[in-house]
Design a protein around this ligand. Structure first.
Ligand code: ADP
Ligand code: MG
Length: 568
């Protein structure tokens, strides 16, 4: 396949290009951040592959990113000497979107530019963002390990298709050449480009270099020198002292590692010394990714060993219930040639995972327990976006169960709202005189839970009930049977014992009523023999005539429905 070929974009790519150009225009400078971010990723990948194959470097060991522009040709070029792309890689990486769930994602776009811009940002705009300022992009690339004859030129005007051909490319890596749209000439300035790089890409650990410019007194103009200068700080951000990092730098670094477009909710940055030595810089996004529930989704932790990138999505470094956490962990102990298999068994990895888990929980506690409204609001946002995932931790992480239980938030009968804002501690603080249990109702919607006949007696007695309507709740509750010594009890379970909430007179009256209806309930039980296990007189209803309850030791009705739906 050496001839020039024209190929069509995947339908979603076409849609993304259209949308991006229109909705992200007001933020067009981000194209440079995205292309530099890719160049940095490409260098990380080369460094990693070269651990076992030093020949990949050839005679060019010094990884860097070069940005240049040509006023006459009206182009900006971003060059790297990273891993590069083969022909097949260029076709699959630059012509399709590989993320699963892409179709569903595009189905959600509304046509409202502002709303869609936020969604696209969350999706990650990446390479295609170049088309915000360019009406043609030329990519010239050569995969590390291939010879100069196996270069590839990819070119597109960002409409329906792109061309691809084999070229001679003397150097390894990738040049991205942006042919600027009409009216974008202000980008053709050294000062402008440098300021964009410093704003968005300062955290990149490789040097980003540009040609030096100097005022020439004789010519009375600035002239471009052959000499190169480094524009960014060029050191790994996480290895710098906290006090040397600005909030903006933390934020831009987050966008780089997460491929997210929006600022994170919060972060934690620590150097840990002791049994295992590592640095962690972990972030919580402000929004759940569209593929949060996709089991094959890319995880969020990048593993480095002594500043060398090892792998994306090091899922062994974070428990599944914290899969939304993004960031970097840099270990000083793991071997450079560590594989996923080794990670699985490594004791160092277990120490890092346990430590990181505690840090993330600590970061959440800090928001959840804060007095400042801003932090409280952040916790509310976190809970809305990721609360359901965190609940998985109650079952998965026995060691941290108690801390996680305190982070849970629920809707309850205390407020007339489906918002999940009540903590178990709030509930306990409001418990009635004589109440010794935490009561909850489960259902598949807030409305159903709120209108459950099981709540009647609790309303009458003024006892609060937690309303649980998330899919994971029943499962979680099988692990969460008590909180601070108070048993969690479903209002729908048989033989509801209200303990000392019932007074002696009531108890006596109940017993008498039961006896007087014994004949009737026996008859009903016989008639319903194969449908009901037991028929009882109830005191829990005040308006409804009858209700179904689950046996104390059996699965609840809601869980049974869920299991049935899941085909069990
Ligand atoms: P992302 O960075 O989130 O993967 P992008 O749209 O930014 O998405 O890039 C798509 C893919 O194209 C990258 O994952 C990578 O495989 C490839 N790519 C882009 N730029 C480069 C580059 N400079 N060198 C090598 N590969 C690149
Ligand atoms: Mg990218």
């Amino acid at each position: 396949d050496t001839e020039k070929q024209t190929l069509g974009f995947q339908a979603e790519v076409k849609q993304l290009l259209q949308l991006m150009i229109h909705s992200l225009y007001s933020n067009k400078e981000i194209f440079l951040r995205e292309l530099i971010s890719n160049a940095s990723d490409a260098s990380d990948k080369l460094r990693f592959e070269a651990i076992n194959n030093d020949a990949l470097y050839g005679n060019d060991h010094e990884l860097k990113i070069k940005v240049s522009f040509d006023k006459a040709a009206r182009t900006i070029t971003i060059s790297d000497n990273g891993i590069g792309m083969s022909r097949d890689e260029a076709i699959s990486h630059l012509g399709t979107i590989a993320k699963s769930g892409t179709k569903e994602f595009f189905g959600k776009l509304s046509g409202d530019q502002q709303a869609d811009a936020a969604l696209i940002g969350q999706f990650g705009v990446g390479f295609y963002s170049g088309f915000i300022v360019a009406d043609k992009i030329t990519v010239e690339t050569r995969r590390a390990g291939l010879d100069a004859a196996h270069g590839v030129r990819w070119e597109s005007a960002g409409e329906g298709d792109y061309s691809i051909e084999q070229i001679e490319k003397p150097s390894r890596g990738t040049d991205i050449i942006l042919h600027l749209r009409e009216g974008e000439d202000e980008l053709l300035s050294s000062w402008k480009i440098k300021s964009i790089i410093r704003k968005y890409s300062d955290h990149i650990s490789l040097p980003i270099v540009m040609a030096k410019e100097e005022w020439d007194e004789e010519k009375k103009e600035t002239v471009v020198k052959d000499e190169l200068e480094t524009v960014n700080q060029a050191s790994a951000l996480w290895a710098r002292a906290k006090s040397d990092i600005t909030p903006e730098q933390y934020e831009e670094f987050y966008k780089h590692v997460s491929h997210d477009f929006a600022a994170p909710l919060t972060h934690t940055h620590n150097r840990v010394e002791g049994r295992s030595e590592y640095t962690q810089l972990l972030y919580i996004p402000a929004k759940a990714p569209f593929d949060l529930w996709d089991r094959n989704k890319r995880g969020g932790i990048k593993l480095y060993v002594k500043r060398v990138f090892i792998m994306d999505d090091a899922e062994q470094l974070m428990p599944t219930y914290l899969r939304f956490v993004k960031g970097v962990i840099d270990s000083a102990d793991l071997p450079l040639n560590v594989s996923r298999e080794i990670l699985q068994e490594s004791r160092d990895v277990k120490v890092i995972r346990d430590g990181s888990t505690k840090r993330v929980i600590g970061m959440l506690e800090e928001l959840a327990n804060a007095d400042e409204q801003e932090k409280k609001d952040k916790y509310a946002t976190f809970w809305t976006e990721f609360g359901q995932v965190l609940k998985e931790g109650v079952g998965e992480d026995a060691a941290n169960k108690d801390r996680l239980a305190k982070l849970l938030r629920f809707a309850s009968t205390n407020a007339d709202s489906d918002e999940q804002t009540v903590s178990l501690a709030d509930y306990v603080a409001r418990m009635k005189e004589g109440q010794d249990k935490i009561y909850y109702a489960t259902a598949d919607s807030y409305k159903a839970a709120k209108n459950s006949p099981h709540l009647e007696i609790f309303r009458k007695k003024g006892v609060e009930v937690l309303l649980m309507t998330d899919r994971v709740d029943e499962w979680m509750l099988s692990f969460l049977t008590e909180f601070e010594g108070k048993e969690l009890v479903s209002v729908a379970k048989g033989g509801l014992d209200l303990g000392s909430l019932e007074d002696e007179a009531e108890k006596k009256e109940h017993e008498e009523t039961e006896t007087s209806y014994k004949e009737l309930t026996e008859k009903m039980k016989a008639a319903l023999a194969d449908k009901a296990k037991e028929v009882r007189v109830t005191f829990r209803l005040t308006d409804s005539p009858a209700c179904l309850v689950a046996d104390e030791h059996e699965l609840s009705g809601n869980l049974l429905r869920m299991l049935k739906a899941a085909g069990q």
